[in-house]
Design a binder for this molecule. Structure first.
Ligand SMILES: C[S@@+](CC[C@H](N)C(=O)[O-])C[C@H]1O[C@@H](n2cnc3c(N)ncnc32)[C@H](O)[C@@H]1O
Length: 206
């Protein structure tokens, strides 16, 4: 596992927008550099963000994890809903995205980790947590290196508390096959107002 940062003090100023031209340019450049890992040309739409986060029980969320925050498309929306004493751990291997998020988000609940989602249990443990309440993922499971998707799904099933959920949005319906063997109780939806339309799954740990 690699470096992590916790910002000092909770800022009243809102984060720079993930939909700004700078963020979108960074996203596109990184799609060109790492097509298999970024796997999308534009970040998720505002409607997708609202829909994905809707079923989350925020009052009972102490630890929220996001895999692959990229330019931070979901970050402000999650912070807006999260309790003041909760923790939001965002994990991404891409140093350009990590640097961008470090500059963009100043909130003491936000913990940025440069690393892989495969190591989620170690990342939680190092920060004193046994489990996550929810794990959000826009990971391109089907284009990750062989074995990585399965390893992330297995680690996530272990990391979640009972009653928590693995919240996944992606464009390829086959992505479900990665996590269904590990977390089989799944609700699903399609958000058409996204480029391309997004599949959304909420896989509930029993
Ligand atoms: C399609 S982008 C999603 C960006 C953003 N969540 C959104 O909705 O616009 C995929 C992200 O997954 C990240 N990623 C790739 N492999 C990863 C891994 N093993 N662990 C965590 N994040 C990973 C990429 O760096 C990229 O930020």
């Amino acid at each position: 596992m690699n470096s992590s940062t916790r910002s000092i003090g909770r800022s009243k100023r809102r984060a720079a927008k993930a939909s700004s031209p700078t963020s979108r340019g960074l996203f596109l450049r990184n799609f060109i550099k790492h097509p298999a890992m970024v796997a999308s040309i534009v970040p998720s739409s505002a409607r997708t963000i609202r829909r994905v986060l809707e079923p989350i029980d925020w009052a009972n969320t102490d630890v929220f994890v996001e895999y692959g925050p990229g330019v931070g498309t979901f970050c402000q929306a999650v912070l807006d809903r999260l309790k003041p004493d909760a923790t939001y751990i965002a994990i991404d291997p891409n140093p350009d995205f990590i640097q961008h998020l470090r500059q963009m988000i100043h909130d003491s609940r936000f913990v940025l980790v440069q690393g892989s989602a495969e190591d989620v249990n170690e990342i939680l443990k190092e920060r004193g947590f046994d489990h996550a309440d929810y794990v959000l993922s826009g990971l391109p499971f089907s284009t990750l290196p062989p074995g990585v998707g399965d390893s992330i799904a297995r680690a996530t099933a272990k990391a979640l508390r009972v009653g928590g959920a693995f919240v996944v949005y992606q464009f390829n319906p086959k992505v479900r096959n990665f996590f269904e063997p590990h977390i089989p109780k799944i609700d699903s939806a399609i958000e058409w107002w996204n480029v391309p339309p997004a599949m959304i799954w909420w896989a509930w740990k029993e």
